[in-house]
Write a protein that binds this ligand. Structure first.
Ligand code: AKG
Ligand code: FE2
Length: 292
C-alpha cells in the first residue's frame, strides 16, 4: 500500500480507537459528492417515508447504492477509508461491506434513539471491533439540521446521563467515522431543509451483514464492479469455506454467465492447509496397533 495512506490510516486508526469516532476533513472533492448526490436525487423523490421506531417516520432511506450510481464506488472503495477499516477490523480473513444507505432527515425529524450499530449482533468479544461506519454528508451538517450525534469514549464505557454528545458538524467531502461500539444517533432536524447523506459501513467478514449483498448486487450487476468492490460486496469467500456458492468462492460468478459450475473447491487459509497436510502425513505413517 502507498506509505502515505498507510501512515494516515495509522493516525486515524489511533484516533478512532481512542475516541470512538473521528472526522476526516476533505477526503473527496465537493464536486464528487455533488455528482453522487445528484444521481440519488430522483431516488429520494420517489422513496416513501420510513416506518418504525428506530428509522423514524420523518426519514427516507434506501440502499444498494453501488447499483444506483457509478459514483458510489469511489466512496465505498476510498483507499484511506479501506485502510482504516482493515486496521480496525482485524479479527477476520477479509472485511466486507455491511451496508450502503442513503438517508434523509426531513425538517422536523426528531432525534434518533441513541444506539450502537453492533447491537444487531447478539454476541460480543470485549476489545474486538465488529463494525466501522462512515457518514458522508451531501449537505453541510450542522447542530441545527440533525448532524449525527456521537458520545466520545462511549465505545469503552457507558456515558453518564449528564454527558452531552458531540454534533458532527461537517461539509460535503468530509466524513465522520465511528465504531460499531460507539453510542450515536441522528440529531433532530430543526431546520426548514432536509438533511441528506450516505452511510457506508464495513464489518468483520464472517458476520451476517445488515444488507444482503447478493440480493442488492446480483452477479449481472456485480460483474460491472471492480474486483475489489465486488469482493467487498460478497463476491469473495471468507476462508475457510464461508460464504460460498456451489462450494466455490462466489467470485466464480463474476466470469462468463453461461459457464456450468465446476465441482466444489476448498477455500482455505495457508495454515489450515498445512495442518491438514500434516494430519495426512501422519496417517501415512506406521499403522498403530490397537491393544487386544
Ligand atoms: O442519520 C444519522 O445521522 C445517523 C443514522 C444512524 O445512526 C442509523 O440509522 O443507524
Ligand atoms: Fe446508527
Amino acid at each position: 500500500m502507498d506509505s502515505t495512506i498507510d501512515e494516515a490510516a495509522c493516525r486515524w486508526h489511533d484516533a478512532l480507537l481512542r475516541d470512538g469516532y473521528c472526522i476526516i476533513p476533505d477526503l473527496v472533492g465537493e464536486d464528487a459528492v455533488a455528482a453522487l448526490s445528484a444521481d440519488l436525487d430522483p431516488v429520494f423523490e420517489r422513496t416513501p417515508l420510513s416506518e418504525g421506531l428506530f428509522y423514524g417516520n420523518a426519514t427516507r432511506r434506501f440502499h444498494g447504492l453501488l447499483a444506483r450510481t457509478p459514483h458510489a464506488a469511489a466512496f465505498v472503495g476510498h483507499p484511506l477509508i479501506l485502510a482504516i477499516a482493515r486496521a480496525v477490523l482485524t479479527e477476520c480473513d477479509a472485511i466486507q461491506l455491511n451496508l450502503t444507505q442513503a438517508v434523509e432527515l426531513m425538517p422536523g425529524a426528531p432525534m434518533q434513539p441513541p444506539h450502537r450499530d453492533e447491537e444487531m449482533w447478539p454476541l460480543r468479544t470485549p476489545g474486538v471491533e465488529y463494525l466501522i461506519n462512515v457518514m458522508w454528508p451531501f449537505v453541510p451538517y450542522t447542530a441545527g439540521n440533525g448532524a449525527t450525534l456521537v458520545w466520545p469514549g462511549s465505545h469503552r464505557r457507558e456515558p453518564e446521563p449528564s454527558e452531552a454528545p458531540v454534533a458532527a458538524k461537517m461539509r460535503p467531502g468530509t466524513a465522520l467515522l465511528f465504531l460499531g461500539s460507539t453510542l450515536h444517533g441522528g440529531g433532530a432536524n430543526r431546520s426548514p431543509y432536509p438533511r441528506r447523506g450516505m452511510i457506508v459501513s464495513y464489518s468483520l467478514g464472517w458476520l451476517k451483514p445488515y444488507e444482503l449483498p447478493w440480493l442488492a448486487y446480483p452477479p449481472a450487476v456485480a460483474r460491472t464492479f471492480s474486483r475489489e468492490i465486488a469482493a467487498l460486496a460478497g463476491y469473495r469467500a471468507h476462508r475457510p469455506n464461508l460464504g460460498t456458492w456451489e462450494g466455490r468462492c462466489p467470485s466464480f460468478l463474476l466470469g462468463c454467465a453461461s459457464v456450468q459450475p465446476p465441482g466444489a473447491c476448498d477455500t482455505l487459509r495457508p495454515e489450515q492447509e498445512a495442518a491438514i497436510r500434516a494430519f495426512m502425513d501422519m496417517q501415512q505413517g506406521p499403522v498403530r496397533q490397537e491393544p487386544r
